[in-house]
Design a protein around this ligand. Structure first.
Ligand code: SF4
Length: 318
């Protein structure tokens, strides 16, 4: 009997869209091109994107990751992460006359523009987001304290006391789950019937598409593995979306080393996807790992083709 015949059978749903979004691609290219143009070391404030593999790879090429601009010398290039930063951080870099590049995703910038416009119109802003996440800190940091409020739950909405209940607007973090924010938006609209909404959802195309694909796959699979780092907001949401859509075993993994074989042997069908900051090579490694232990039947489940790209800053275009 050949080895392959001894392997248990497993249907593997390859769920897409998955993996890198246009904002992550752009941020990584900004770092790569900066290394080419200026040579190492290049400094990056915060993890450029929330993925350990990406960060380790860049570190090996000469990138120094720091928490604050205070750790950067004045004479080396500094890149600000895809999540966006508070205005105070930009000001600090300008005051020090640093060679800095903002790798903020244009779809996060769009939210910043929105809240500043609301502010100019005399509205107080409410942001639906997760406290402490760098995108939230960056978005809240576009305005002063008291001009923007963070809400994470329906209870937070109940406790909200703006100066004028008719003069408020809301925005959201880009990587939330559509299903999670629906009750919060409903509570906001109930309490503040005149609240101004974003023209188009602030949840970005990549988050939306990856969640939709997982929702489609969930009824067909017994286990879902989402490749992503534990601090990746959109990856964590994919795990929750899978669970809520009917795949009770839904798990976030950093790579194949976290795939539990004895557990997978209990399944006939599993699904594999990855968050917007996880590189495809990690998906390939998980596939290879599974192929070593199972006789795999691949099923491709693709809900939409993505063709979004963002330009690099002028000084880095080749
Ligand atoms: S997940 Fe969305 S908002 Fe975040 S970097 Fe990607 S495209 Fe931009």
């Amino acid at each position: 009997m050949s080895m392959s015949k001894q392997k248990p059978e497993l249907d593997l749903y390859m769920i897409s869209p998955r993996g890198f979004c246009a904002g992550v691609e752009r941020a990584i290219q900004i770092v790569e091109q900066s290394l080419v143009k200026w040579g190492p070391p290049v400094y990056v404030r915060h993890e450029i994107v929330h993925n350990k593999f990406v960060v380790d790879t860049l570190r090996n090429k000469g990138v120094v990751f720091v928490k604050s601009l205070d750790e950067c010398p004045d004479d080396r290039p500094v890149i600000l992460s895809a999540h966006g930063v508070a205005r105070s951080v930009i000001k600090k870099a300008q005051n020090r006359d640093m060679n800095f590049m903002d790798a903020i995703c244009p779809l996060v910038s769009k939210v910043h523009v929105e809240i500043l416009k609301n502010h100019r119109e005399g509205l107080q802003n409410v942001m639906i987001g997760h406290a402490g996440h760098p995108e939230t800190l960056g978005t809240l940091g576009q305005l002063s304290l008291g001009e923007i409020f963070l809400v994470e739950t329906v209870e937070d909405v109940e406790n909200l006391t703006p100066d004028d209940p008719d003069k408020i607007a809301y925005v959201t973090q880009t990587t939330l789950s559509i299903d999670d924010i629906t009750p919060i938006i409903k509570a906001l609209k109930n309490k503040f019937p005149n609240i101004k909404e974003p023209h188009k959802s602030d949840i970005c195309y990549a988050t939306t598409n990856r969640q939709e694909a997982v929702k489609k796959a969930a009824p067909f699979i017994e286990g879902l593995f989402v490749i992503g780092s534990p601090n990746s907001s959109n990856s964590k949401r994919l795990v929750e979306v899978g669970r809520n859509a009917g795949c009770s075993f839904s798990m976030l993994i950093s790579g194949p080393e976290e795939m539990n074989l004895s557990l997978i042997r209990k399944f006939k069908t599993i699904g594999l996807t990855s968050g917007a900051s996880a590189p495809e090579i990690l998906v390939e490694r998980c596939q290879e790992f599974l192929q070593k232990h199972f006789h795999i039947k691949f099923v491709s489940l693709e809900t939409i083709k993505e063709n979004v790209t963002f330009n690099l800053p002028k000084e880095l275009r080749v």
